[in-house]
Ligand binder design. Sequence first.
Ligand code: C5J
Length: 237
Amino acid sequence: MKVVLQALPAPIEFDLAKAALVIIDMQRDFLEPGGFGEALGNDVSLLRSAIAPCRSALDAMRERGALIIHTREGHRPDLADCPHAKWERGPIGRRIGDAGPMGRILVRGEAGHEIVPELAPIDGEPVIDKSGKGAFYATDLEAILRSRGIDVLLVAGVTTEVCVHTTVREANDRGLRCIVLSDCCGSYFPQFHEVAVRMICAQGGIFGWVADSSQLKSALARAASGAPHQVCQESQS
Ligand code: C5J
């Protein structure tokens, strides 16, 4: 199905069969008190506004049978994959691997490592466990995308300027077209979110495109109805 999405810096057309929704790190460790995000001194409530738009994009893409991929940032219980330089940056007693109210902080298998229930993966949706910020680093994400013929990523998740940005940059360098769904992303620093989003589509789309969940839903509905595409160039900054 051919989809035309009103995006910045310009509308983008893609084949839904070759597109995937990638939801980055919507984990309890980042979105709920007591996890990694709070251990680093952040107000985790700032990320929660991304949950409902993410769910709306997720439902729309699931309804159309599109590929959905979830990622989680975290480490092996023995922390063998956690570089010392990453571990040492947390406050003593609340570092990666330390015990917290949701289990050991940023460790696979612990409650805090799970994706928030509103966005929980369902059967058949790949979950990529990653130890770094980018979802391509030391994972099989690229192999999964290549084997399914994916060339467009719709990207959502947290945090906008860290794991979302790193993943989009990695994907862009691999020749994938990335569309960041701005309202489906969030940051502990609202100003970083704003700037990170603008950076994606600046300079003619230096890293990709930006749209939001309602534009995605409209584009999918229009494509499914067979209605002609209306290309509108208006600015939405
Ligand atoms: C961070 C992430 N911010 N998922 N991780 O450490 O963005």
